[in-house]
Design a protein around this ligand. Structure first.
Ligand code: 13P
Length: 242
């Protein structure tokens, strides 16, 4: 799967143009889904367009609140996301962990709430540069994975996004990605007590130059792309050569 995380970018016009171009120039199949995560305010617009004309593209949200009901100004719950046409939701992105001060308890509640509405969470984990340099990566990842109730593991997609690689132009080396993905996959196997497959995708400065090498690894089940997903031409090329 190739996931476009637009973060706080875009407009109705850009979304329409992007979907027009991308849908005409990529070949989507069951193995390789195309998921667009626009800002929350464009979800309903994007979901409606998908239903009308771009059935192959799937809709994901960048945000979901942890409860279905609360007097929460600015809140968006999983029921609203489902209503807008979302099938996926990004949870635990490092930018939100910092910005919203999300604890494992909150993240766990978000996971339960979104899975309860049949949304598929893309659960992000990853270490900071300081944690990497202090050899704490594995401990941090274990701690972050602890937010997922073990009976819900099978319903999640895990996104490994080293914080130091996000938006910096410095993607992790393929050998490092493979080492960490193997570690995560082993942890998931132990935690879920099952051999069922859980996808682990990579994100962090994925671009036209590095996408093929990263995606072609058998340890990598997909890409979560920020900056390079905004331009429809670049995203299409990444989708097609990956
Ligand atoms: P960049 O691809 O811009 O580094 O962003 C990665 C990311 O945060 C995707 O969720």
């Amino acid at each position: 799967m190739i996931i476009a995380n637009w973060k706080m970018n875009g407009s109705k016009e850009l979304i329409k143009d992007w979907m027009d171009f991308v849908s005409q120039n990529i070949e989507i199949n069951q193995e390789k889904e195309c998921i667009l995560c626009p800002p929350t305010c464009y979800l309903y617009f994007t979901g409606t367009l998908i239903k009308q004309s771009y059935e192959g593209i799937k809709l994901g949200s960048q945000h979901c609140d942890s409860v279905l009901s609360a007097p929460l100004t600015g809140g968006t719950n999983s029921q609203m996301l489902e209503d807008a046409g979302c099938e996926f939701v990004i949870i635990g992105h490092s930018e939100q962990r910092v910005h919203l001060k999300e604890s494992n308890q909150i993240l766990s509640d978000k996971l339960k709430s979104s899975i309860g509405m049949n949304l598929k969470p893309i659960f992000c984990i990853g270490e900071t540069l300081r944690q990497k340099e202090a050899n704490q990566t594995n401990d941090i990842l274990i701690q972050q994975l602890d937010a997922i109730p073990s009976n819900l593991l099978q319903k999640c997609i895990i996104a490994y996004e080293p914080v130091w690689a996000i938006g910096t132009g410095e993607n992790a080396e393929i050998s490092y990605i493979e080492e960490i993905h193997s570690f995560i996959k082993e942890e998931l196997k132990n935690k879920s007590n099952s051999t069922n497959y859980i996808s682990v995708v990579y994100g962090g400065s994925v671009n036209l130059e590095n996408c093929k090498e990263i995606y072609s690894s058998d340890k990598v089940d997909g890409l979560l792309i920020g900056g390079a997903s905004l331009d429809s031409n670049t995203f299409t090329k990444i989708f097609n050569i990956s």
